[in-house]
Ligand binder design. Sequence first.
Ligand SMILES: NC(=O)c1ccc[n+]([C@@H]2O[C@H](COP(=O)([O-])OP(=O)(O)OC[C@H]3O[C@@H](n4cnc5c(N)ncnc54)[C@H](OP(=O)(O)O)[C@@H]3O)[C@@H](O)[C@H]2O)c1
Length: 337
Amino acid sequence: MKRTEIGVALLGFGNVGSGTYKALEENFALIEKKVGAKVVIKKILVRNLNAPRRVEAPAELFTTDFEEILRDPKIDIVAELLGGINPATGYIRAALTAGKHVVTANKAALAVHLPDLNKAAAFHKCMLRYEASVCGAIPVIGCISRALTANRITAVKGIVNGTTNYILTRMAAEGASYEDVLKDAQALGFAEADPTGDVEGYDAANKLSVLMATAFGIYRAPDSFERVGITGVTMEDLAAAEAEGKVIKLLACAEEKDGGIEAYVKPVAVEKDSFLGRCGSEFNAVQIDCNMAGPIFLQGKGAGPEPTGSAVLGDIIEIAQAIAAGTEHEQPFTALI
Ligand SMILES: NC(=O)c1ccc[n+]([C@@H]2O[C@H](COP(=O)([O-])OP(=O)(O)OC[C@H]3O[C@@H](n4cnc5c(N)ncnc54)[C@H](OP(=O)(O)O)[C@@H]3O)[C@@H](O)[C@H]2O)c1
């Protein structure tokens, strides 16, 4: 029977949850046309029902009870937008086990659990999508796994963390100290109160782990390759790079080398007038080298509610289209890892 409505639950209504809700609200008619059915938010899981929200949504959608979402047969797709490894990973697994398709933006959970979550999705014949987990709005996962699928990828390198790019860009341009720029970044919402995950390279390492799985079909835990953050980058380092026509960027890189894959996250001096060298401020950029298409360059907003919501919603729409076509349990479920 033809579906007229596809039900979605949002787990989380912070930056990304509210951005996803807003994107769906604004483009509702366009999305209905693309899917051939209405895509409707049925429930929103939060911790605190009384917390102020940046986007308004009807009070009756909110719940603090995840089981209510699991039990609801009208919910086809669960979008996990909580953050953190737990309870997010358990919720993703429970949703797949209940036969619900899952979209997540959670690179921290994926970097640790991608292989077993992929297996769970395949076992339950449900779709698991995570475009928003790497570089926010930039369609790097879809580009590698679909558009470039005819290629052997030889390298993926990029600026995948906007906070550190913002800090390094301003330090280099203004000669400002790391501490001063970090304070500004925190005031502007580009850095969290505890910036460790960003400035020490943990966030970039999580994203590189997900990128490697997508590009090379291998799983590397984020603590299994070199990770250096930007806290040790000095004004002298930046000046020395400048004198050579270079600029320092926090690069996440994985490339074929000596029959294996070499991976690292670390500050690297790159030519100022190169694709990655020109990517400034809080923007992200990724270069994908492949054996048929040649190098592919992607750049855009790597974070923020609506840019990230756009990527989450893109995955939701792809799943909704499969549901509308009745093929959602017949997808190619063999993941690379
Ligand atoms: N922010 C970005 O630009 C961005 C970009 C790409 C990917 N991501 C990823 O997207 C995810 C969400 O990030 P965010 O910035 O939107 O986080 P956030 O603003 O902190 O929002 C988190 C939301 O999840 C809810 N929540 C957290 N733990 C919960 C629990 N145990 N039970 C029920 N609700 C819970 C919170 O509820 P309350 O509001 O009631 O506290 C809040 O609504 C993370 O995995 C992050 O890495 C974020």
